[in-house]
Design a protein around this ligand. Structure first.
Ligand code: HH2
Length: 271
């Protein structure tokens, strides 16, 4: 992601706020499909009104233990929502690991691809190479279904950094400039609480490589530190977002956009 792309995402000098739009229903019968798409579109509109700079649309859950979905299912969920939100005046990111979905999303107007698998799937770099979209390259140890079973590192910060450097080099080798790339250490993706805390403290190091995106909102580590269930993790999530920005994060991926924008405004004005 170039400074210019990044500057385009920011408002008023604040770090960019990426609002999460999940289209991941438990049951997805034909009758439910329209309702679920409608809800996702309304939710996306609300996030834009609340001040989101980027929408991140995901049609395959990557939560620990989540099963993967087929390309067809992912596209069926994604495309109606993408088509409805691409003209809302903000950047639209699609959260996917699948090259076929990446291509379809770009053809349908996505301006960013967010791959929690770091564009390691065969054909992933080629799917995005010839567009001008921004790219989020995330680190994950293992795959969502099993990644939290036994995360293990000799030195988590060194290993995540080495992975991200290798991915930036690998992008370069196929002709993708680093100015299109932002990086994400992947909080909760094959990491214990201690790993997550080490990575949060090391963000200044990552920020030297590329703009850093962080996703901490409502995650297990917030629950572990506060003892709170998902609906009650807002205060913890805001504190984590502020710490991440203080440590150099350029983009925060959050569920609660209005509250995060307010917190960032106060934090920026009082620095
Ligand atoms: N976290 C989730 C999904 N995508 N992308 C990036 N770049 N960074 C993250 O930390 C990240 C991500 C998981 O969070 P959530 O949206 O709450 O769950 P789900 O996987 O069901 O979409």
């Amino acid at each position: 992601m170039t400074d210019s792309i990044l500057a385009g995402l920011r408002r008023d000098g604040l770090p960019a706020v990426m609002g999460i739009v999940n289209i991941t229903p438990d049951s997805f019968s034909d009758g439910g499909r329209y309702v679920v798409a409608r809800q996702a579109i309304d939710h996306a509109r609300r996030l834009v009104d609340e001040g989101a700079d980027i929408l991140d649309i995901g049609a395959e859950s990557t939560r620990p233990g989540a099963q993967s979905v087929s390309v067809e299912e992912e596209l069926d969920r994604l495309l109606p929502v993408l088509q409805a939100v691409r003209d809302l005046g903000v950047a639209v990111s699609v959260d996917t690991m699948k090259p076929t979905v990446m291509r379809a999303a770009l053809a349908a107007g996505a301006t960013m691809i967010n791959d929690v698998n770091g564009f390691q799937a065969e054909g992933a770099w080629l799917a995005v190479r010839d567009s001008t979209c921004a790219l989020c390259v995330m680190h994950m140890q293992g795959m969502p279904r099993t990644m939290q079973e036994a995360p293990s590192y000799t030195n988590v910060v060194d290993e995540v950094e080495a992975f991200l450097i290798e991915r930036i080099e690998s992008a370069k080798a196929v002709g993708i400039g680093r100015e299109r790339i932002c990086i994400d250490p992947g909080f909760g993706f094959g990491k214990t609480l201690e790993h997550n805390l080490d990575l949060l403290a090391a963000l200044p190091r990552f920020a030297r490589l590329a703009p850093v995106l962080v996703g901490l909102s409502r995650k297990r580590m917030i629950g572990a530190l506060t003892g709170r269930d998902i609906p009650d993790r807002l205060a913890g999530s805001l504190a984590a977002a502020l710490r991440a920005v203080q440590n150099g994060a350029a983009i925060v991926r959050v569920h609660d956009v209005a509250a995060t924008v307010d917190a960032l405004k106060i934090w920026m004005a009082t620095r």
